[in-house]
Design a protein around this ligand. Structure first.
Ligand code: DNO
Length: 342
């Protein structure tokens, strides 16, 4: 197991030298952030990022994410060219020593929360999801979602959403399979394992299809190609938002196909789909973190791990979910779980 920590590049308020001091952490998970989605990542930007991380005494073997262009998800005319670009980025990342690439196939929106600073009884804050608030939103009539990177002008967003009206789950699966088959040969050649991130939350939102939601879809995506380069990011907090997903079972069953794990805990509501992010330990949330780590190890997991989202504690200001303190506590806790499970 390699314990890593997500780092958002030079703009991240957390310096690499702090990350280096978290016990057990040997590498960072990062990305080139200033290249338009769909373009090939320039070699010099990849090399600069790697050099910066190495200079801090940390490994750079996991990229999160190389984003998938919406035209690929829509199966548009530009998809074949964009898939070729993606493959070329993978070749370049492999040459720079990257071993795992995390990505997702969620239409338009990535992870979704309604509150980025929900107050917890201990005075800390965490990300939370209120299902009724989401149901009441209509993205076709304008949308203000906390944390959502508003990379689209309103008219562009409307045009994009209109195109997705033609795309049901079956069409999204077909476009996903085309993408995967198009990039896996390059990933294999580059020595990279692709690790798809599950949909967060794991259900359809705003009438848009979402397909990576639980056991059935995991089995399906892995069967599209048996290539060892076709893997899953086990994100416990994403999949765990649906209580029907038994993370211990999933971890045990799919461990050999999991090159990367995002480990975090959440507190599920007992009456509806609401949830709130919780501190990492088992006792603090609804997920059996100890059982998940044991199951991963028993299943032969030998990949990268990162403590996923932390709360904001000790008056830290920063990127919601990605502060230093609570994630560092999470890393130390998870390192302990792995130590006892090995
Ligand atoms: C949220 C993250 C996601 C993840 C992407 C992977 O904090 O887990 O944004 O990076 O979905 O493509």
């Amino acid at each position: 197991m390699n314990m890593t920590f997500r780092w958002f590049g030079a703009g991240d308020p957390i310096p690499l030298r702090y990350i280096r001091q978290i016990p057990g952490v040997t590498g960072v998970v990062s990305a080139v952030y200033d290249v338009p989605v769909g373009d090939v990542w320039p070699r010099d930007k990849i090399d600069r990022l790697r050099a910066q991380i190495h200079a801090a005494g940390l490994a750079f073997e996991v990229v999160e994410s190389v984003p998938v262009h919406e035209e690929i998800k829509l199966g548009g005319a530009a998809a074949p060219r964009l898939i070729r670009n993606y493959a070329e980025t993978l070749r370049r990342l492999g040459a720079a020593g990257v071993r795992v690439v995390c990505y997702n196939f969620m239409p338009v929106f990535d992870w979704l929360r309604t509150d980025l600073a929900h107050s917890l009884p201990d005075g800390s804050t965490a990300l939370a999801y209120d299902d009724a608030a989401v149901q009441a939103m209509n993205p076709r009539a304008g949308l203000s979602l906390p944390g959502w990177d508003e990379s689209y002008a309103p008219a562009e967003l409307q045009a994009l959403l209109a195109r997705y009206q033609e795309i049901d789950e079956a069409a999204l699966w077909a476009n996903f399979a085309t993408f995967l088959r198009g990039i896996l040969p390059a990933a294999e050649e580059a020595g990279i394992t692709m690790a798809i991130h599950p949909d967060d939350p794991p259900w359809g939102i705003f009438g848009l299809p979402r397909i990576i939601t639980g056991e059935e879809s995991i089995a399906r995506l892995l069967s599209i190609s048996n290539s060892p380069a076709n893997g899953l990011t086990l994100c416990t907090g994403s999949l765990g938002a649906n209580p029907e997903n038994d993370l211990v079972v999933l971890a045990r069953k799919y461990a050999p196909r999991i090159p990367f794990a995002h480990l975090r805990n959440i507190l599920q509501s007992s009456t509806n789909r609401d949830f709130c992010e919780a501190p990492h330990p088992t006792a603090c949330g609804s997920l059996d973190m100890g059982g998940i780590v044991e199951a991963l190890v028993a299943g032969g997991f030998d990949g990268y791990v990162r403590p996923d989202h932390g709360r904001m504690i000790w008056d830290e200001q920063g990127k919601p979910g990605y502060g230093l303190y609570d994630r560092a506590l999470g890393a130390a806790y998870l390192t302990g779980l792995f130590e006892r499970s090995n």
